[in-house]
Design a protein around this ligand. Sequence first.
Ligand code: GLU
Length: 314
Amino acid sequence: MDAVPTTRLAPSPTGGLHLGNARTFVANWALARQHGGRVLMRIEDVAPTSTTTTWEDDVLGILQWLGLDWDGPPLIQSAELPPHQQALNHLAQQGLVFQCSKTRKELVLVTAPQEGDFEARYAPELRPEPPWPRDPQTAPAGFNWRVKTSPGEVPFTDEFAGPQSFDPHREVGDFILWTKRGQPSYQLACVVDDHRTGVNMVFRGDDLLSSTSRQILLSKMLGWDSPKWWHVPLVLDEQGERLAKRNKSIRLTELRDAGVRPESILRLLAKWCGHKDPKDVDSIQDFLEGFSIDQMPRTPVRCTQHDLAELHER
Ligand code: GLU
């Protein structure tokens, strides 16, 4: 028998969720529920956060206010580190990870001194001399751990975006798995938690397409299958920029506090999802009934001033 379809909502508590985040979560939830699937909640709080947003109120509370539900208690990544540690150990025993003391500035100087702001690539010539520590717990603390990558495309078929292929070695080189702050990186935490909670559907913004090849690579190194993927275009503002959490006018908590009704937001999200009857959506159930992944726009949708004004009118 096939495994139960299982997805996860994986918010990072880095500032209030905005309308673009909400659109991805609501579509993700609807797709899973239409397949009779489970929806898990995971708070991705291992990456550095620069705000004091509390996930209890600003993340879970606001998603419940929209009508979303999930199965079981939320998984708080930072509270359960042993499985991530075990995965790191497993890779270390195979000689696939090493400790790195290089700063970002040093990486940029070696790999692309002319370039401005971009994800610094860790080139093979920067690797320390082997042997590399096989037991991370006995190695000195305070360093990043990186995974050794080799040249090669990592192709996959995205259920929404179609065939994709990225070469992690060429794009980012040896990427970080464990940070000097003593926590897993987003890439490792994501792969480990998807695997151990039985996630077999991942639905998220297409800004994470290239991360998917990194995650497939890690899963293979750990001997695990990868989930199926759905990557959807992001919502853009009128200037064509990604919606930013610092823009208060699109934040869900600000909208709620200004008296906007959740059903008004659902109607806007429905419109952005290509929903059959966005104007008739009065609840998350209505959203679910008229949602079809085949109608989701294939290109980025725009959040216009008119959209925002309408939210406040209804
Ligand atoms: N935590 C990420 C975000 O809020 C999502 C990562 C993922 O879905 O893998 O954008």
